[in-house]
Design a protein around this ligand. Structure first.
Ligand SMILES: NC(=O)c1ccc[n+]([C@@H]2O[C@H](COP(=O)([O-])OP(=O)(O)OC[C@H]3O[C@@H](n4cnc5c(N)ncnc54)[C@H](O)[C@@H]3O)[C@@H](O)[C@H]2O)c1
Ligand SMILES: O=c1ccn([C@@H]2O[C@H](COP(=O)(O)OP(=O)(O)O[C@H]3O[C@H](CO)[C@H](O)[C@H](O)[C@H]3O)[C@@H](O)[C@H]2O)c(=O)[nH]1
Length: 322
């Protein structure tokens, strides 16, 4: 298939691009490099360095599908600067839908998120659970999911929203460069904890220990980036015209922030000094996925569900970067 990948120079999009190219697809990347890196895009893949708001100048009827990763991603930032998230995630995605409609591109795979659920009434969270985001980031993704659903009904697009839980780890291929998280500034727990383990930061601040969870810190469900990426290839094959399908992607195992730090200590063999800090605004207490629908309908089976291997791959990548 001829595919456009927005955000394909980013952490997750970059791994998906690699898998798509390996599977023989003809891939084009659109990315403004605001958080991504041009060196992630493989040789032979065209990179349009531009904003998703201008995607209409690139997309034409020769494309068979779009995978849409380009977004602002930090939930905490979205509380302080909601306008950034609405501008990129909502207005940018509406520009993409306009371009998809104009060019009659038949397939869309969208990066949605566990943040659409907010504080769940039950865990594990199924796709039918109540959606009550606790931060603007989650609201932007929920509103785009709704816009995509309406687009499919009205105009015949076939789309899949993949609701990722917490993506972590690195893609370590047998040959070629490894790909992992390189956000600047970094906001995610695991890469920050690795920074502390490596001595690049003095200590890890843990945001809140008074949540209604077993040890008081937030609980998350970590999914290996390579497992997550594999789901996108399955989704491309599962798209059906005029339908919008939604799948949660996680391992179904919750780890508290303290437990994550313990795993980082075990994997690295280093000390990770921790300092308790205030809650970070917008954080839901617990996000753990039921991915039963993705298993039964997409045939998706994570190959690296163990948090130790996820952190070990992140550490291998971290060390490879010196
Ligand atoms: N990382 C996670 O745990 C997680 C969890 C759930 C959902 N997601 C979603 O997955 C997607 C990818 O996340 P990621 O972790 O790879 O983040 P990332 O920041 O590494 O990648 C995002 C990419 O989009 C690009 N981009 C941002 N704004 C753009 C714009 N206006 N125009 C064009 N390109 C733009 C960035 O340069 C970057 O390359 C996002 O949509 C995010 O919301 C991520
Ligand atoms: O220095 C830090 C960084 C994070 N945390 C805590 O670690 C947990 C995980 O935080 P992350 O920032 O790593 O991830 P989030 O759960 O906030 O969000 C991530 O996963 C979500 C899905 O669950 C989203 O889609 C989002 O894009 C992605 O950033 C939270 O309780 C957070 O407060 C700390 O205590 N200290």
């Amino acid at each position: 298939m001829k595919l456009l990948v927005t955000g394909g120079a980013g952490y997750i999009g970059g791994v998906v691009v690699r898998l798509l190219v390996d599977a023989g697809h003809d891939v084009t990347v659109l990315d403004d490099l605001s958080t991504g890196h041009a060196d992630v895009v493989p040789d032979g893949v065209t990179l349009h360095e531009m904003s998703v708001h201008d995607v209409g100048s690139v997309l034409d009827s020769s494309f068979d599908g779009v995978l849409h990763f380009a977004a602002k991603i930090a939930a905490g930032e979205s509380v302080q600067f909601p306008e950034r998230h609405y501008h990129t995630n909502v207005i940018g995605s509406l520009a993409l839908l306009d371009a998809v409609r104009a060019a009659r591109v038949p397939r869309l795979v969208f990066s949605s998120t566990a943040a659409v659920y907010g504080n769940p009434q039950e865990v594990p969270i199924t796709e039918d659970a109540v959606k009550a985001p606790t931060n603007p980031y989650g609201w932007t993704k929920l509103s785009v999911d709704a816009a995509i659903g309406a687009e499919c009904t009205a105009h015949g697009l076939g789309a899949i929203s993949l609701r990722y839980f917490n993506v972590a780890g690195a893609y370590i291929p047998a040959a070629g460069d490894a790909l992992g998280e390189r956000h600047d500034p970094e906001t995610h727990l695991i890469p920050i904890a690795l920074d502390v383990a490596a001595g690049k930061r003095e200590k890890l601040q843990l945001f809140g220990d008074d949540y209604p969870t077993p040890d008081g810190t937030c609980v998350r469900d970590y999914i290996h980036v390579a497992d997550l990426a594999a789901a996108h290839l399955l989704a491309l094959d599962a798209v059906e015209p005029s339908r919008h399908k939604v799948y949660n992607l996680g391992n179904g195992n919750g780890f508290s922030n303290r437990q994550v730090v313990d795993v980082v200590r075990e994997v690295t063999g280093r000390t990770v000094p921790v300092e308790m800090a205030e809650r970070r605004a917008g954080d839901p207490a617990e996000l753990v996925a039921s991915s039963a629908r993705a298993a039964s309908e997409l045939g998706w089976v994570p190959q690296r569900p163990d948090l130790h291997s996820i952190v070990a791959d992140a550490w291998t990548f971290y060390q490879s970067r010196g």
